[in-house]
Ligand binder design. Structure first.
Ligand code: G3H
Ligand code: 13P
Ligand code: ZN
Length: 309
């Protein structure tokens, strides 16, 4: 099956109440771990690359590795640009064969975000590519989650409706309390499901995206720390909350941090336990295996997309 857009996978996910995992890719082992997990679960999957990842892996390598994954599997796979910073980056990815791009205009004013997103949508739609946009701001929310002024950073449901109508974007990333990285909450992990419900009421047919949605899996953090890392007090979104989100209208759940922890933990463990090892395959194989089992757990036990391919 060739690369697909997210259109059909999201339509099915909205109708049946589950989410698709969107996993960040940077190299071959990560791509293989994710795709092997999705294939075994018979689940659709989104492989997403940030501009940093594209620069790191180099555009051609990334594209060809994803092409190899597509050739070896029979599940729907979308190739998505994560956090496209500007029109030019989105255009380059569309021209290179990405089937989905995100234009992240969340740092701009509402009007500027509308204008930039619309420009990307027009270019993408003419070429059969879908566009994810973002409204509301994730960063920093966790610092003052109990302060009422922080509400201003959450996505406004009325604005979401106007934004989608004016831009024609295909999916919308919203801010309901998640944030990127390994330190999402100081106190109890909590998402604003009330805002999600209002957004779904206003734009019931628009797939909703959750960024910053890693669980920051305790065992993986411990594996890193027990083998020489220094990542104290890390905290993410628990599985139960993500499972509820998957059933409440979130169609795409973004995961990067958990894969970083899995890879780092597995590599650190081998290098600490077997100091004589210097064959990269000896530590990259367990790293790839741990990425696979981490992704498989999310797909099967949390997002609910097993057997939806
Ligand atoms: O949301 C951001 C992703 O975790 C990608 O991070 O820009 O360091 O590749 P990156
Ligand atoms: P995490 O840092 O929670 O994995 O979020 C990743 C993400 O949102 C990528 O866009
Ligand atoms: Zn993100």
């Amino acid at each position: 099956m060739p690369l697909v857009t997210t259109k059909e996978m999201f339509e099915k996910s909205m109708k049946e109440g589950y989410a698709i995992g969107a996993f960040n890719v940077n190299n071959m082992e990560i791509i293989q771990g994710i795709v092997d997990a999705a294939q075994e679960e018979h689940s659709p999957v989104i492989l997403q690359a940030s501009s940093g990842a594209i620069k790191y892996a180099r555009p051609n390598y990334l594209k060809k590795m994803v092409e190899a994954a597509v050739e070896e599997t029979d599940i729907p796979i979308a190739l998505h640009l994560d956090h496209g910073p500007d029109f030019e980056t989105c255009k380059a990815c569309i021209d290179a064969g990405f089937t989905s791009v995100m234009i992240d205009g969340s740092k701009y004013s509402f009007e500027e975000n509308v204008e930039l997103t619309k420009k990307v949508v027009d270019y993408a739609h003419e070429r059969g590519v879908v566009v994810e946009a973002e409204l509301g701001q994730l960063a920093g929310i966790e610092d003052d989650v109990n302060v009422s002024e922080s509400d201003a950073k959450y996505t406004d449901p009325d604005q979401a409706k106007e934004f989608v109508e004016r831009t024609g974007c295909d999916s919308l990333a919203i801010a309901i309390g998640t944030s990127h990285g390994a330190y999402k909450f100081k106190g109890e992990a909590k998402l604003r499901f009330d805002i999600l419900a209002k957004v779904k009421e206003k734009i019931p047919n628009t797939p909703i995206v959750l960024h910053g949605a890693s669980t920051v899996i305790e065992e993986l953090v411990a594996m890193c720390n027990e083998n020489g890392a220094n990542i104290p007090g890390a905290k993410g979104v628990p599985d139960e909350i993500l499972n509820e989100a998957s059933k409440s209208g979130v169609s795409k759940i973004n995961v990067d941090t958990d894969l970083r922890l899995a890879m780092t933990g597995a590599i650190r463990k081998v290098l600490k336990e077997e100091p004589s090892v210097f064959d990269p395959r000896k530590y990259l194989t367990p790293a790839r295996d741990l990425i696979k089992s981490t992704v498989q757990h999310k797909i099967r036990d949390v997002f609910g997309s097993s057997n939806k391919a």
